[in-house]
Design a protein around this ligand. Structure first.
Ligand SMILES: [Ca+2]
Ligand SMILES: [Ca+2]
Length: 189
C-alpha cells in the first residue's frame, strides 16, 4: 500500500465519519422536532379542551338564566278580572282562566302589585274559614301583612275578604271588607 492509498483511505474514513455525524445530527434534530410537535400538540389539546369547558360553562349559565327568566315570567303573569264583583266571583274569574287571586308574600311583590293597578282590588287573602286566621288561596298562612292602619278590623263582624287599595301608602294598603263587596280582582297565573 503506497502513501497515496493511505491518504485516500484516511480521507474516505473522514468522509464516512462526517456523514455519520451529520446523519446522527439530523436524527437528533428530527427527534427534537417530533418532541416539539408532540408538546405543541399537547398544548393545542389542552387549550381546545379548556375552550370546550368554557363554552360548556357559558352554555350552562345561559340555559340557567333562560330557565330562571321563564320561571319568573310564569310567576309574573298577572291580569285584572274584567268587572267589579264579589271576592268569590272574582276568584272564580281567575280560576276559569287557570289562575287564582294573587298571593303577595314579599315586600317586592307588594310594591309591584301596588303599582300594577290604580283601582281597589281583591287579593287572594281571607279569613272566611276561621275569624282572624288569614289564609291565602293556596291555603298557606299569612306571614307578613301590609295593612292600612287599624286593619284588619272585621267591622261589624262581617269583613273576611281583603283588598289592596293603591291610593294608600305602598306598604300599608290592605283592608278587610265584606266578601260581597264588589271590586275587581288581580289574578296570578
Ligand atoms: Ca274577618
Ligand atoms: Ca276593614
Amino acid at each position: 500500500m503506497g502513501i497515496e492509498d493511505i491518504y485516500q483511505n484516511v480521507e474516505h474514513k473522514d468522509n464516512k465519519n462526517t456523514f455519520e455525524l451529520q446523519t446522527q445530527n439530523n436524527r437528533q434534530a428530527e427527534g427534537q422536532a417530533q418532541k416539539c410537535r408532540g408538546s405543541r400538540c399537547l398544548v393545542l389539546i389542552t387549550v381546545s379542551l379548556g375552550l370546550i369547558c368554557v363554552l360548556l360553562l357559558v352554555f350552562i349559565i345561559l340555559q340557567h338564566f333562560t330557565i330562571t327568566a321563564e320561571r319568573d315570567m310564569r310567576k309574573s303573569w298577572f291580569f285584572m278580572s274584567n268587572k267589579k264583583n264579589s271576592w268569590s266571583d272574582s276568584r272564580q274569574y281567575c280560576r276559569d282562566r287557570g289562575a287564582d287571586l294573587v298571593i303577595i308574600n314579599s315586600e317586592e311583590k307588594q310594591r309591584f302589585m301596588s303599582s300594577f293597578t290604580t283601582e281597589r282590588v281583591w287579593i287572594g287573602l281571607s279569613d272566611t274559614e276561621q275569624e282572624g286566621n288569614m289564609k291565602w288561596v293556596d291555603n298557606s298562612s299569612l306571614k307578613q301583612g301590609f295593612w292600612l292602619e287599624g286593619e284588619p278590623n272585621d267591622l261589624n263582624g262581617t269583613e273576611d275578604c281583603n283588598e289592596l287599595n293603591p291610593a294608600n301608602p305602598v306598604l300599608n294598603n290592605w283592608n278587610d271588607l265584606p266578601c260581597s263587596f264588589t271590586i275587581q280582582g288581580i289574578c296570578e297565573k
